[in-house]
Design a protein. Structure first.
Length: 342
């Protein structure tokens, strides 16, 4: 697996890189820097977890970026370049750009947490800071796996709701839309009312039933699930997911208490990693490059303005070390791939 390429490094190197990358992503609020962080995080997640999983994540993350970009002008209608008006409310280019950058930064942070959870297992995180900060380390290790675990459980809940067609077909009177496909609410499949179904002895040919269903669909204008049904499906999914998470947290707390969590003076780990000279060189290079990126990010952020007029982006050498830092894991994966190709 691609995650094995990072096993040759000490966990302290991976933890230091992930921490620096998250800090730079959240602190450097500039379009080019946010774009570099987003591109590196999404591509790394695709290399670690597969392109299909990355595409499924982007299927709901990109609409989230658009939603934040459109919602920002509603709360902060500022700028000098008016694009259009909705009634008396004006939408400005600067507000849209600020919201889009904010949404892209949120998606980049979520993708980086997903990549960190794929590379840094709980035992690696505990091996780095478990002896000094056991509780903080446990919280961080659980937070790293929170987003991918919630995504996986949400997908399972959606599949179960999709399979439960009997309860979904009973909603509403007469002809009611059945449930959803993988996205909880896709094209509605209209059920024939019980009163309108013929007796079993006089069952018509399959093409007749299909023609009746087609007529029903045409009579309803080929409509899909209404917005109300979509909101109800998503609300049901969130309710089940939140209930599952609270129940799981209680079970985990009971399991940790029964296993004697925090009962010993010192914590041990399953595996012992040796911090070698090569690890020290790599860690020093990562920290030095992160410091250089911090200086470049500070210069880029101070020279760029969203309001009142959007600044013009120009070519600058400071973007090169910033991109090099964020694409370092890609170089590690490339080196491991070339090593196994020999």
């Amino acid at each position: 697996m691609a995650q094995g390429a990072f096993d040759t490094l000490h966990p302290a190197v991976c933890v230091a890189y992930a921490t620096c990358a998250l800090v730079l992503t959240m602190a450097a609020f500039q379009p080019v820097l946010v774009g570099v962080a987003l591109a590196s995080a999404v591509s790394l997640r695709a290399l670690l977890g597969g392109w299909r999983a990355a595409a499924r994540a982007l299927a709901w993350q990109l609409p989230l970026v658009a939603l934040i970009a459109l919602a920002n002008p509603l709360f902060a209608a500022m700028g000098s370049t008016e694009l259009f008006r909705v009634g008396t409310h004006a939408f400005y280019l600067e507000s849209l750009a600020y919201g889009a950058c904010m949404g892209a930064m949120l998606v980049a942070v979520m993708a980086q947490f997903s990549c960190a959870s794929a590379v840094l297992s709980s035992d690696k995180v505990m091996a780095v800071t478990g002896r000094k900060l056991p509780t903080v380390t446990l919280v961080v290790s659980m937070a790293l796996r929170l987003v991918p675990r919630f995504t996986r459980c949400g997908r399972e809940i959606s599949v179960v709701q999709q399979a439960n067609t009997a309860a979904q077909g009973a909603r509403g009177a007469g002809m009611s839309p059945c449930s959803s496909n993988g996205s909880l609410c896709g094209t509605a499949h209209w059920a024939v009312p019980v009163a309108a179904q013929p007796a079993r002895g006089n069952a018509p040919a399959p093409h007749a039933v299909e023609g009746k269903n087609s007529a029903i669909r045409r009579g309803n204008g080929g409509t899909t699930c209404s917005l109300r049904a979509r909101v109800a499906d998503y609300a049901r999914l969130i309710s089940v997911l939140m209930g599952w998470s609270m129940e799981d947290s209680l079970e985990m707390a009971d399991a940790m208490r029964s296993r004697g969590w925090a009962s010993g003076a010192r914590r041990t780990t399953y595996r012992r990693w040796r911090f070698t000279l090569a690890d020290g060189v790599v860690l020093g290079a990562v920290l030095a490059l992160a410091a250089l990126c911090g200086v470049c990010a500070f210069a880029a952020v101070t020279q760029f303005r969203f309001y009142p007029v959007l600044s013009t982006l120009v070519t600058w050498w400071g973007y090169a070390p910033y991109a090099l830092f964020f694409f370092l894991p890609h170089l590690v994966l490339l080196g491991d791939h070339l090593r196994w190709m020999r």
